[in-house]
Design a protein around this ligand. Sequence first.
Ligand SMILES: Nc1ncnc2c1ncn2[C@@H]1O[C@H](COP(=O)(O)OP(=O)(O)OP(=O)(O)O)[C@@H](O)[C@H]1O
Length: 225
Amino acid sequence: MQPAPLIRIEGLGKTYLMGEKRLEVLRGIDLEIAAGELVALTGPSGAGKSTFLHLLGALDVPTRGRVLFEGEDVFGRGEDGLAAFRNQTIGFVFQSHHLLPEFTALENAMMPALIRRVARGDARRRAAEMLETVGLGERMEHRPGELSGGEQQRVALARALCLQPKLLLADEPTGNLDPQTAEGIHALLADLNVRMGITAVVVTHNERLAAALPRRLRLVQGRLA
Ligand SMILES: Nc1ncnc2c1ncn2[C@@H]1O[C@H](COP(=O)(O)OP(=O)(O)OP(=O)(O)O)[C@@H](O)[C@H]1O
């Protein structure tokens, strides 16, 4: 028997209500993602890429359809169950790094572990390991303002991966970076995927960057093309 996919999405739809107006952003998406896949999600502006990623990460709830994670219905859990799913299963990276300026790279990368009440020494060790992995072993004591844009995004990546999430969701992680630095971040994601088996969905406008990732999905007007 085939193992269940990590994620199975069935008829996923999202409609926003704006007063009297209905905006149908996702119009029924069916998709499976296996553990260990690295998936690029592209599509024109307004196609619903961020909305889709937010649903995958349970930051928002669908209007219809289901998301099964390891066979379990994500939105079948209560509010507490959803928060636990987000915190324990998903790592997020956004276009803007959202690092805390007064803390060092190491302290920023430790943050999720501290919030989860991992012992300080342990949190420090995990964060340091991840910073080494993303190539910032020599920058751990730098504050965000003392790092380049690409390095800041690497810290955000180390922070997202500090607790070894089963799924990494990245929403335009290279949107603020110059082309060469953006390429470096995508190469790092591909490398982490091969070396650590990280499963990730990466939204990008950049078709060239997407083309370098093993699997590509294109969202057009709320449907997978
Ligand atoms: N909370 C919301 N309420 C109402 N409409 C929304 C909301 N969030 C997004 N939208 C609308 O849904 C559509 C899809 O937005 P989304 O951010 O998912 O697109 P996107 O493909 O990520 O676009 P971009 O590439 O420009 O970031 C847009 O038309 C947007 O205006």
